[in-house]
Design a protein around this ligand. Structure first.
Ligand code: MG
Length: 310
């Protein structure tokens, strides 16, 4: 693990599919490698209060934190094979844990509150990624990776028999099923108006020729998955995590780096990386830095567009 930013020669190679893509980039902005040495970097989240970036090294069973001032430090180890993160409106950390098969909240004093670990009395599989809506509801995906691959969690059974997308409206309430339509739901995001849910399906890991795609679903009055709006299959590898910018574009990890899609699911351009990118988030002092967790490394690139704010 490097303690300081590793300088790369300059900007990452890019591939513009749409002429609008160039305007999203800061000319000459270098790609910075902020950390390396991870086994499977995932789940980045920007912590504005401490001007730091928190992420998971899933297979390393640890969470790490980077800041300009302090470099890289271990945040929690072991991390219960933590994966995706989000912050709620009070800036409390919400974490998906494969090892405990739960979604947990970290209180300001460090105590853990289990938000969700069961559906209809049966244990969840291995929550993967999470977002918190403006009303405080917690949306997460529950694929089976963390109970099937022993370097990502502990072996176990799919107790409720599926891999659902869930919503928790308030702590202590029953989980609501948002969708059962995905093979292995993974990254997720809500549109800026929170009327559309974007879900990554990485089901190709389990079904030959299966999905490696992002799907946009309109939400109905009960905030369950309604009509399918579009599906975009990646042309390089598989997506995993997604993040929205201030104009509702989707930035997604992929096999060859980061893909940027229009809100209608059309590929606008790519940031090409030498490592597969699993997940990403916006952050930094002005919200224009894209942090990318890419296999062994954490990268940062300053863009000309801000991340979406909740
Ligand atoms: Mg994921």
């Amino acid at each position: 693990m490097q303690e300081n930013a590793l300088s790369l020669p300059g900007p990452p190679p890019t591939l513009a599919v749409d002429t609008a893509f160039a305007a999203l980039l800061q000319p000459g902005a270098p790609l910075r490698r902020l950390a390396d040495g991870c086994g499977w970097a995932e789940g980045p989240v920007w912590l504005a209060a401490s001007k730091s970036l928190l992420w998971s090294d899933v297979t390393g069973n640890r969470e790490l934190r980077w800041s300009e001032a302090g470099g890289v430090e271990v945040f929690r180890a072991p991390s219960n094979f933590a994966n995706g993160h989000a912050l709620d409106a009070q800036a409390r950390l919400v974490t998906c844990e494969h090892g405990t098969r739960s979604v947990v909240r970290t209180e300001p004093d460090g105590r853990r509150t289990v938000l969700a670990d069961r559906f209809e009395g049966r244990r969840l599989n291995s929550p993967n990624d999470v977002v918190v809506a403006r009303d405080g509801s917690v949306w997460f995906t529950d694929p089976s990776y963390g109970i099937e691959f022993e370097n990502e969690g502990y072996p176990g059974e799919r107790e409720y028999g599926g891999c659902h997308v869930f919503r928790l409206d308030a702590p202590g309430q029953d989980l609501q099923v948002v969708s059962t339509a995905f093979v292995q739901p993974n990254g997720l995001a809500l549109s800026l108006d929170e009327r559309v849910l974007y879900v990554v399906d990485t089901g190709a890991t389990h079904v030959p020729g299966g999905p490696r795609s992002i799907t946009a679903l309109a939400l109905d009055d009960r905030r369950r998955a309604g009509p399918l709006l579009w599906t975009h299959t990646m042309d390089a590898g598989s997506p995993d995590g997604i993040a929205l910018d201030e104009d509702g574009r989707l930035w997604a990890g992929a096999g060859d780096g980061v893909h940027c899609l229009s809100p209608q699911g059309r590929l606008l351009g790519k940031l090409l990386l030498s490592e597969r990118a699993a997940n990403l988030c916006f952050g930094g002092p002005d919200g224009r830095t894209l942090f990318i967790t890419a296999t062994t490394s954490l990268y940062a690139l300053d863009l000309a567009v801000r991340g979406a704010t909740g």
